[in-house]
Design a protein around this ligand. Structure first.
Ligand SMILES: Cc1ncc(C[n+]2csc(CCOP(=O)(O)OP(=O)(O)O)c2C)c(N)n1
Ligand SMILES: [Mg+2]
Length: 347
């Protein structure tokens, strides 16, 4: 049975194309020195975020690490706002103050873009906690890399999520490398999903190059979480075609390994599935691709002509209003809570 939340597959193929073309153009603009700082591309991993987004509602929460352009685009942030952010312009999704690693879009419930490995995983648990606290049926999707699973913050977060039975899906995008280090050299586990078992969190391995498998697995889990809140863990087996960041030639892996994954391309796969089933023609695919390229080219023009943020906004949005003043916590209209859950829930 198809869950009601599932989006049209041609639309999702079109989203994957938009992400791919956006990243290719970002790479080109980076080389042309239009983009400063770090820049990590998502090319090759598109099925993970599109599959996951296809299975959730617009009011669910997502949060991720610094390889975040695709997550914002998938959530509905415009290519214009994303490209402008890369250019450090005021019209960017983080007002030009975040850059590549700190995309943020509260309206679309995309809570970053976080540069410190695994630092956002406890934040994700906080988001899930707020859902349970308010008695809502939303779900939080927390994306992170294979490099995050050996960080202390990650363990603290999983432990709390399991104790409090929070509505969260931990989505490990296992692209086999953390910078230049192979997961085999950095992780003692036979497979990453075994981490979840240690916290009594149900976990599964998913083919992260297969849009349909990602979507169906996330949909099944999200459905179960909405009925009765609990955490879950998915290890998405995926691959990044480019280096860790724009400055990495990726000489730590072989051409043959890269070629093997390129032949298993997530866009080609979904296109082939849809073509076989008569849901898309070659002409329609070409049109989608043409549109994606045009949208991205227009976003470069938009970014180029957008203004720089004024210098005096440099320190804005770093702290909540008032919190920066020494010793004075931010003022809030929220009543102070007298506890978390009932005693029974806490056990
Ligand atoms: C706490 C911390 N340590 C080290 C770094 C430097 N660093 C940046 S990315 C990265 C690798 C992370 O790899 P992974 O989590 O697998 O994500 P991927 O880049 O593969 O998407 C490291 C070690 C960092 N940003 N934060
Ligand atoms: Mg990785």
């Amino acid at each position: 049975m198809q869950p009601v939340e599932q989006r049209d597959e041609v639309e999702m193929l079109s989203l994957m194309l938009l992400i791919r073309r956006f990243e290719e153009r970002a790479s080109q603009q980076y080389q042309a020195q239009k983009i400063g700082g770090f820049c990590h591309l998502y090319i090759g991993q598109e099925a993970v975020v599109t599959g996951a987004i296809a299975a959730i509602r617009d009011d669910d929460y997502i949060i991720t690490a610094y390889r975040d352009h695709a997550h914002a685009l998938a959530r509905g942030t415009s290519a214009d706002a994303c490209m402008a952010e890369l250019f450090g312009k005021e019209t960017g999704c983080s007002r030009g103050l975040g850059g590549s690693m700190h995309f943020f879009d509260k309206k679309h419930h995309m809570y970053g873009g976080h540069a410190i490995v695994a630092a956002h995983v406890p934040l994700a648990v906080g988001l899930a906690f707020s859902i349970k606290y308010r008695g809502e049926d939303r779900v939080t999707l927390c994306f992170f890399g294979d490099g995050a699973i050996n960080q202390g913050a990650f363990h603290e977060a999983l432990n709390l999520a399991a104790l409090y039975k929070l509505p969260i899906v931990f989505i490990c995008e296992n692209n086999l490398f953390a910078m230049g280090t192979s997961v085999k050299r950095s992780t003692s586990l036979r497979q990453i999903v075994d981490r979840a078992e240690g916290y009594d969190i149900p976990g599964e391995i998913v083919d992260g190059m297969n849009f349909r498998e990602v979507r169906d697995k996330v949909a099944e889990i999200v459905d179960s979480i909405r009925k009765e809140a609990h955490p879950a863990f998915l290890e998405m087996r995926t691959y990044r075609y480019r280096g860790h960041s724009m400055s990495d030639p990726a000489s730590y892996r072989t051409k043959q390994e890269l070629e093997k994954y390129r032949l298993d391309d997530p866009i080609t796969r979904l296109r082939a599935q849809l073509t076989r089933e008569g849901k898309i023609t070659n002409e329609q695919f070409d049109l989608l691709d043409k549109r994606a390229k045009e949208t991205v080219l227009a976003s470069v023009k938009f970014a180029e002509k957008s203004p720089q943020p004024p210098l005096d906004t440099l320190y804005d949005y770093t702290y909540a209003n008032g919190a920066a003043a020494a010793g004075s916590p931010a003022e809030s209209d929220e009543p102070a809570g007298d506890g978390v859950f009932s005693g029974e829930d806490r056990r």
